[in-house]
Design a protein around this ligand. Structure first.
Ligand code: KG4
Ligand code: ZN
Length: 488
């Protein structure tokens, strides 16, 4: 195997500092797991970042190889000193403190690509969470016309736009593909036809540039995005509410999640969209360009949420799972009834006069369901000592989390238990390239998650997040009384 060995000037000028760096730098092809012995994990990581940064602008092949090797040996002990007595060692006094590492980490650059559903997104972020460039093509309006996402149309739109979106992110960052340290792409979960476009495109870029590929779990990316904008330590509680997913989980670390509960049928975003369609909101002058969820929120703010009594789903199930299908059907029945009373044919464009009240009642009942599940999740974490008292944090994200009524109601729950509520700004709550780039960065910073064989990376339409704890939650038999009030 041919290796482009960087010259000594490159190394010296970068002010590098430890034996590990030297060994990796000068003897990359000898840097195997056999060398494993005693260097501490931290030192190892530190050197990794420095050399990776240095090499990424020189030889992508070289940096790629180092990453893979690092990946293999990162969990083993290293003793480079014993193994290579003839490498150039730098005196220990020259080793910088770990704090200095922030600089080397901040120089890492990850290009992220998102195509799991109906947004083609790309972005470049650095290790400090600065977004250097971003581009996004939304298919929302197209799908609105079709009354929902048609996978084949979504796929074609991703295909048509991915190149300009990725190039747009690089251009706004004023970077070339060659300048980034790694490429991250959503590989799971999502619509197969859509994931396929992003994964194939990312693989093409990897082949072209020799950069490492970091496969990303879409839901993990939603959860980790909050750490890009705020200082949030693991473990923390995560609540993800989107068009495709609904889950409560504990983030214990990068790639380390406990799944407390998830939806047993449909996701809230889809149900908001379907109810909006049933209410014919695309013909409503105030919200005909909005997503179903946004339209419901806008109309609900002008309605009476107690006008119609709807049943809160799963109120008697002592777990953290969700169900929205029954709630959708009872709302459908209500709309049918109101249309009949007003003499409105179901196939006309006419909207029921009590549309605001229906929207408000539907939204309130869905919110009650979310509040109850969150309430139980917090009590469960308390009972099992999962979240430390001094780190009580809930990250709320996903498209539905941009709904302010839902957000404020969930905040009433977090306030009650002294949790800090962190919601990424709306543009980061919905699907985007930044969240994928940042998730890739989180893995990269830990020196993990890089695909050993990028060509073999495949997409996975279904993939639960983390270890399933739902049975344990149920067995804990946690009651959620007294109810926490929805703020008015
Ligand atoms: O996270 P996201 O952009 O895409 C994924 O599903 O992954 O979420 C999109 C969903 C759509 O179903 C949309 O109707 C819903 O989020 N949504 C909302 C609001 N804004 C967007 N749902 C309720 N209230 C909103 N304000
Ligand atoms: Zn999403």
């Amino acid at each position: 195997m041919h290796v482009n060995t960087p010259n000594f000037e490159d190394f010296a000028e970068s002010g590098q500092n430890c034996a590990m760096v030297a060994a990796m730098f000068f003897y990359p092809h000898s840097f195997t797991s056999k060398m494993a012995a005693s260097t501490s994990g931290k030192m190892c990581q530190k050197c990794f970042f420095q050399i990776l940064q240095k090499c990424s602008s020189k030889s992508s092949f070289f940096s790629n190889m180092l990453i893979r090797r690092f990946h293999k040996v990162s969990n083993t002990k290293l003793n480079v000193l014993k193994y290579r007595p003839n490498v150039v060692f730098v005196k220990k006094s020259q080793i910088r403190t770990f704090a200095d590492d922030v600089d080397s980490k901040s120089r890492l650059l990850v290009l992220g690509i998102e195509t799991s559903c109906d947004e083609t997104g790309a972005a470049v972020v650095d290790g400090r969470g600065n977004v250097l460039g971003e581009a996004l093509h939304s298919q929302k309006l197209v799908h609105l016309k079709h009354g929902g996402i048609v996978p084949s149309i979504a796929q074609q739109l991703h295909r048509d736009h991915i190149e300009e979106v990725v190039q747009g992110a690089l251009d706004t960052a004023n970077l070339r593909l060659q300048d980034v340290t790694a490429i991250a792409a959503t590989v799971k979960p999502g619509l197969a036809l859509c994931l396929q476009i992003g994964v194939e495109y990312a693989k093409k870029l990897v082949k072209q540039s020799g950069k490492p590929l970091i496969p990303v779990h879409h839901m993990e990316a939603h959860a980790l995005t909050a750490r890009m904008i705020e200082n949030i330590e693991f473990p923390f509680l995560v609540f993800l509410l989107s068009g495709g997913h609904c889950l409560l989980a504990v983030a214990r670390g990068v790639g380390d999640f406990l799944l407390l509960g998830s939806t047993t049928d449909e996701a809230p975003g889809v149900v908001f969209d379907q109810v909006a369609r049933k209410l014919k909101l695309k013909h409503h002058p105030d919200c005909n360009t909005m997503s179903g969820g946004q339209a419901i929120e806008v109309l609900a703010s002008q309605g009476d949420s107690q006008a119609f009594k709807l049943t809160v789903p799963m109120a008697r199930y002592a777990n953290c799972d969700f169900s929205f299908a029954g709630h959708k059907n009872q709302t459908y029945r209500l709309i049918d009834k109101m249309e009949k009373e007003e003499g409105i044919p179901a196939d006309s464009d006419q909207i029921v006069s009590c549309v605001n009240d229906v929207a408000a009642s539907f939204q309130r009942t869905a919110t009650r369901h979310l509040m109850q599940r969150l309430h139980r999740a917090i009590l469960y974490c308390q009972q099992r000592h999962i979240i430390p008292q001094d780190n009580k944090t809930l990250v709320l994200s996903g498209g539905v989390a941009s709904n302010m009524y839902i957000r404020q109601s969930l905040q009433a729950v977090t306030d009650r238990f002294g949790y800090r509520l962190v919601c990424p700004p709306p543009r980061l709550c919905t699907d985007n390239g930044v969240m994928i780039a940042w998730a890739g960065m989180e893995w990269l910073k830990e020196g993990r998650g890089i695909a050993e064989d990028p060509e073999a990376v495949d997409f996975q339409p279904r993939c639960p997040l983390g270890v399933d704890m739902s049975t344990d939650v149920l067995n804990a038999g946690i009651k959620t009384t007294p109810k926490i009030k929805i703020p008015t």
